[in-house]
Design a binder for this molecule. Structure first.
Ligand SMILES: *Cc1c(COP(=O)(O)O)cnc(C)c1O
Length: 376
């Protein structure tokens, strides 16, 4: 039953397989006994092995054990969950926050909770798969607008006067590395009395002094702005959050099914997220180095003649044209000891190599990638 389907995927060069590390995550990783320079990780600040985080995790593990044993609603959470939520709300400047088990769980839980059959969801065509699934799980009418095309958004909003409306957008687009036009969106939301839902997965720890996209654009967190973000990327931990008014948080707590019907995250995972927030609050050099590396690499790639597709962040896609070409470049880099993944449909429309540069990358890592790209 599946074999023909699998064969068809292979013919179209869209078959994916897993490769698992023999080392910790980082700028250098080991696969099949060989060391590679890794440009595929979202650990932007190189925090997965940060000593403060590891120490806090060990301490908490000794005190609380590992598993949480039940959902938050059934005493699965510890006082650390509450501490993280309070810390996060103050970090984001919102009234309240709620921890989710992953970014995927957050989007597929929050969006159906805040949208019902009398809601219109306007979603950017490049939004993350978890947003797409969240929209599908809701009963709302979902309209996809062209990527960052705000005249398209306005045209759609003009037609929809009666119902509750929510604009949903990634703040940093995960496969394109560009930034949403939040200032303009903010004005549109006010003009058309619309909610704004922001996915800060790649923005948290990266822009706005690590506080994310609203700080980056100097926008105040209003009660009609609902933010989610993750601890799993720049914060080097695991899990996600909702940040917003205390009303929306209490509503999600009572309605988001991925929150209600899933076991809480272990306390030591929560401790890692608390420690990671402390690290980025106290060490601004990490983010500065990330951006210095980003500028170095982006300039270097541009000088080799490649198109970086409007990247504005440490996510740097390289335009490759065909799936065939993408796989070939990725393979060439791999053979040169460099991991730079091929991203293909259905993840994106236009195939590309997606480079993620981090604080941990050295000048030599960056130069090796640029040299290898020159030889393709
Ligand atoms: C990674 C990502 C998610 C999912 O977060 P996880 O914690 O990995 O489940 C959600 N939204 C965006 C934009 C992402 O890039």
């Amino acid at each position: 039953m599946f074999i023909e389907k699998l064969n068809r995927l292979k013919e179209k060069k869209l078959f994916r397989d897993l490769k698992d590390r023999e080392s910790s995550q980082g700028h250098h990783i080991k696969l099949d006994g060989r060391e590679y320079i890794n440009f595929s990780s979202n650990d932007y600040l190189g925090l997965v092995k940060h000593s403060h985080i590891i120490n806090e995790v060990k301490k908490t593990l000794d005190e609380y054990g590992f598993g949480a044993g039940a959902s938050r609603l059934l005493y699965g959470g510890s006082i650390l969950h509450r501490e993280l939520e309070e810390k996060l709300a103050s970090f984001k400047g919102t009234e309240s926050a709620l921890v989710f088990n992953s970014g995927y769980a957050a989007n597929t839980g929050i969006i159906p909770a805040i949208a019902d059959e009398d809601t219109i969801l306007l979603s950017d065509e490049f939004n993350h798969a978890s947003i797409i699934d969240g929209c599908r799980l809701s009963r709302a009418k979902t309209i996809i607008f062209r990527h960052k095309d705000l005249s398209h958004v306005e045209k759609l909003l003009k037609k929809e006067r009666i119902k509750k409306k929510i604009i949903i957008t990634d703040s940093i687009f995960s496969m394109d590395g560009d930034i949403a036009l939040l200032k303009e969106m903010y004005s549109i939301c006010i003009k058309y009395d619309t909610f704004l839902y922001i996915d800060d997965a790649h923005a948290t720890g990266v822009i706005g002094n690590g506080k994310g996209s609203l700080t980056h654009f100097a926008i105040n967190p209003e009660p009609w702005i609902i933010q989610m973000g993750t601890f799993s990327k720049a914060l080097g931990s695991f899990g996600a959050f909702l940040a917003g008014s205390s009303d929306v948080v209490r509503w999600a707590l009572n309605n988001a099914r991925s929150f209600m019907y899933s076991t809480a995250l272990p306390s030591c995972v929560i401790a890692a997220s608390i420690a990671a927030l402390e690290v980025i609050e106290n060490d601004s050099v990490l983010i500065k180095r990330l951006w210095a590396n980003r500028e170095k690499l982006a300039n270097g790639i541009r000088q080799t003649g490649y198109d970086i597709m409007g990247s504005e962040t440490p996510i740097i896609p390289i335009k490759t044209g065909s799936v065939e070409n993408t796989l070939q470049i990725s393979k060439h880099l791999f053979e040169n000891g460099i991991i730079a993944p091929a991203i293909r449909p259905p993840t994106v429309k236009d195939p590309r190599i997606r480079i993620n540069v981090t604080t941990a990358h050295t000048d030599e890592d960056i130069e090796r990638l640029i040299e290898a790209l020159k030889k393709v």
